[in-house]
Design a protein around this ligand. Structure first.
Ligand code: MG
Length: 545
């Protein structure tokens, strides 16, 4: 008998005789000899139903016997007569966080059961790390369990809630997503159907599962939009995709063309766009979940469907991921869809300037000066700092809506990558209230943010020359992300504002977050959704209806 049929990821340790003796003892005790035969016969076919369960164990204590989650313990006793836990313990060391053991044919309903490590039971919020470690462990466990069953081509996967259904749904749905839209359908990885597993006698948080599903699908949508090659995702096709994606979602979409932008005096946006023959598009999304008289939150998403750097061209290695320079736009579109799906009681107006930044014969040149609608003049010192230029007119236009506050999401400066790596987005804001809320949202979602200074020092670096009002790069070396935020503040119409520089979290190598495979990351979509959801929770027990 091959042990691999039973213990796929962790064969039994010891000599052949020792292994046979242990299995014999187990089968004798549980009368599972028949099950063993069934197991070897059926494992040549993909399991039709898989189940993902969890186990707590101290990773640093070799003698820790581990403890199944409440749902897993109930399943173990009710359907396998204790065999699941027995098998888990004799399979070797218990799985660490992010590790999984897969067992086959323990009982007739689920032909494959993945048991995932959750670490110790009492992780919780870590004030130094600014993250809820329990929720993150659940996301990781849920994702790795589902991925193991996906490798077996399981057609339907049931996932327990691990004590927090929202995080379980997030991990499972993000973990299964694969970038394969451009692949021949015959060679694509199959995506199993997902469902929440629950025991009738235990409490079941189906609403938490629904919320996690909406957030994860939003992030997957952002990943999908970012991943599309630039020749398939021009400003026009991005707009077409958004119209299709948001059809019947409850979000209104207005597609505005170049002549409209000209009539609005959007000189800065059009200056960036004129280097490409692809026409620019300005998308305006609106969602009304609250009283029509209530002021909207304005979201702005930077949408460069490709960024060559213009005349200040980028180097080859930097160009590789520049199809994703519309991460802000993708994040805002996905956030709007999730807010509508969750029916959050809030009004949203989303502004998305879309253009290609290319090196055509009309491309902007270093030294060019652009006059902007608010009367200020901008000198283009470095054409590769086009991100702030794209946002200027959207910021000024936001004033029309009398916003409650403005949040822009952009991929402006690689200096946030040097500062943070890929761990968190950089946040700049003139509001302590907005900062506290986005920080709390990041703790909850695991997609963290960190505040950077919005000081006059940086404004001085951007605005201290005699011949123009503002420069797009400014003087001095370093602090480019801070200088870009100071630049944007010069065009802020009024009130509270938050600028998120997500350049560094645009992509992932697939190592930092096991629930995100290598590629475009779709961050910080879930954090933005949670940030807005928290805004709806005044005097309510829950922000979600
Ligand atoms: Mg850029």
């Amino acid at each position: 008998m091959s042990v691999q049929f039973w213990l796929r990821t962790q064969p039994l340790q010891g000599t052949k005789k020792q292994i046979q003796a242990r299995i014999h003892a187990l089968f004798s005790r549980r009368n599972f000899a028949q099950a063993a035969i069934t197991g070897t016969e059926k494992c040549s076919n993909p399991p039709s139903r898989g189940l993902v369960l969890g186990v707590y164990a101290d990773e640093h204590d070799q003698d820790d016997l581990g403890m199944l989650t409440r749902t897993a313990a109930k399943y173990n006793e009710t359907y396998t007569n204790g065999a699941l836990l027995d098998m888990l313990r004799i399979a070797g060391p218990l799985p660490k966080t992010g590790e999984t053991r897969v067992f086959f044919n323990l009982e007739p309903t689920y032909s494959a059961v993945a048991v995932c490590g959750l670490g110790t039971e009492c992780l919780g919020y870590d004030p130094m790390e600014k993250i809820d470690l329990s929720k993150e462990a659940i996301r990781v466990a849920s994702a790795t369990g589902c991925q193991e069953l996906q490798k077996l081509q399981t057609s339907r996967i049931y996932v327990e809630d691990f004590g927090h259904a929202e995080s379980a749904a997030e991990g499972a749905h993000m973990g299964l997503w694969v970038n394969q839209a451009m692949k021949n359908p015959e060679h694509r990885v199959s995506i199993p159907q997902l469902q929440l597993y629950y025991e009738p006698e235990l409490p079941c948080d189906s609403n938490g599962w629904r919320i996690g599903l909406a957030k994860a699908e939003a992030q997957n949508l952002a990943r999908q939009l970012q991943e599309a090659p630039a020749n398939h995702m021009t400003p026009t096709t991005f707009a077409q995709n958004v119209v299709q994606i948001l059809c019947n979602s409850g979000v209104n979409v207005e597609v505005k063309v170049r002549s409209w932008a000209e009539s609005q005096g959007m000189s800065c946006f059009l200056t960036v766009a004129k280097g490409s023959c692809e026409p620019p598009i300005f998308l305006e999304l609106s969602y009304y979940g609250a009283n029509l008289k209530e002021r909207p939150i304005v979201l702005i998403g930077q949408g460069n469907t490709y960024d060559s750097g213009g005349i200040s061209a980028k180097k080859l290695h930097a160009l590789r991921d520049m199809r994703g320079d519309m991460a802000g736009a993708a994040c805002v579109v996905a956030t709007c869809r999730a807010i509508a799906a969750l029916k959050l009681p809030v009004n949203i107006r989303a502004l998305i300037p879309l253009c290609e930044h290319m090196i055509g014969c009309n491309a902007m040149k270093p030294g060019d000066v652009v006059a902007v609608k608010n009367g200020k003049s901008i000198e283009i010192v470095d054409a590769d700092y086009e991100g702030p230029l794209v946002l200027v007119d959207a910021l000024l236009y936001a004033e029309c809506f009398g916003p409650k506050y403005i949040v822009d999401v952009s991929t402006i400066s690689d200096h946030v990558l040097e500062a943070f790596g890929k761990v968190c987005s950089g946040v700049f804001t003139n509001s302590e209230e907005l900062w506290q809320r986005i920080k709390n949202a990041g703790v909850h979602t695991g997609d963290r943010v960190w505040r950077l200074p919005l000081w006059d020092y940086f404004t001085h670096q951007m605005c201290s020359v005699e011949h123009v009002d503002v420069q797009n790069l400014g003087k001095g070396h370093g602090g480019e992300s801070c200088k870009a935020a100071a630049f944007l503040r010069e065009f802020l119409p009024c009130g509270q504002w938050m600028h998120i520089d997500a350049y560094n979290v645009m992509t992932t190598k697939g190592e930092d977050y096991p629930y995100l495979r290598r590629g475009m990351a779709g961050r910080p979509t879930r954090t933005l959704i949670e940030f807005i959801a928290q805004a709806c929770c005044h005097n309510k027990s829950s922000q979600y209806p």
